[in-house]
Design a protein around this ligand. Sequence first.
Ligand code: SF4
Ligand code: SF4
Length: 250
Amino acid sequence: MQKELVSKLIEKAKEVLSNGSAEKVLGWKKGLFEDDITPCVFESAEELEKDFTYDENYCGNLCKYLMKQKGHKTAVFLTPKYVFSLNEMIKENRIKQEEVVVLDLPENTKAEEDRFARVKEIEAMSADERHEFWKKEFSRCIRCNACRDVCPACTCEKCVFDNNNLYTSQKVAQTSFEESLYHIIRAWHVAGRCTDCGECSRVCPEHIPLYLLNRKFIKDINEIYGEYQAGSDLETKPPMLTFKEDDEEV
Ligand code: SF4
Ligand code: SF4
């Protein structure tokens, strides 16, 4: 089944290269080990035949890698959920719509009955319990920046956390305050633009449930401004970037 799917994907990729609809294809290549699959840019049928692979357990959202393909018409493999990230990036002028061709991938995650169930459990905790919960989670953070680097909503050319004049750059946090600082800024920075793609949690080597922070913001935004899915289209402005006189004061 997996082999069959990979062959089909290779054929799709070869087709867009041969008919000229894309100059490059963004997909994945085999690594040394089964779980060592790496994002890769392919430019020929030979490269695709030799190295292309796909495994839904190890392949995630490739949108962020499009930032490096500016000026080149690039085909990219995306599941329906990851198309939300693409739309959001186009809307924010991070990439050009006319430079991207989407190659459909089957959805790789199961629909959840209530994606906010765990958020509600945390909301039900006392403030002290919540503080302890997050302090414990953040204490494992090694500040590898993977969650930031992979996030399609985190696309500033200069990031405050890379500023060498600040004591926060490129280092493991020394105190729980520093740990929280990074995570609170990261989560606020993508509030209203996070598509809930899950990539930040997927890549975290410490298995910190970052999606819970993102979903808390999504849940609050839905409750305050009405249901909103970031990246559901190319037109709607995010609630946090618009203002209505009857907006709730929070
Ligand atoms: S990916 Fe995980 S360990 Fe790395 S900076 Fe993010 S939260 Fe910390
Ligand atoms: S789920 Fe994580 S990686 Fe995906 S858009 Fe939201 S913050 Fe970024």
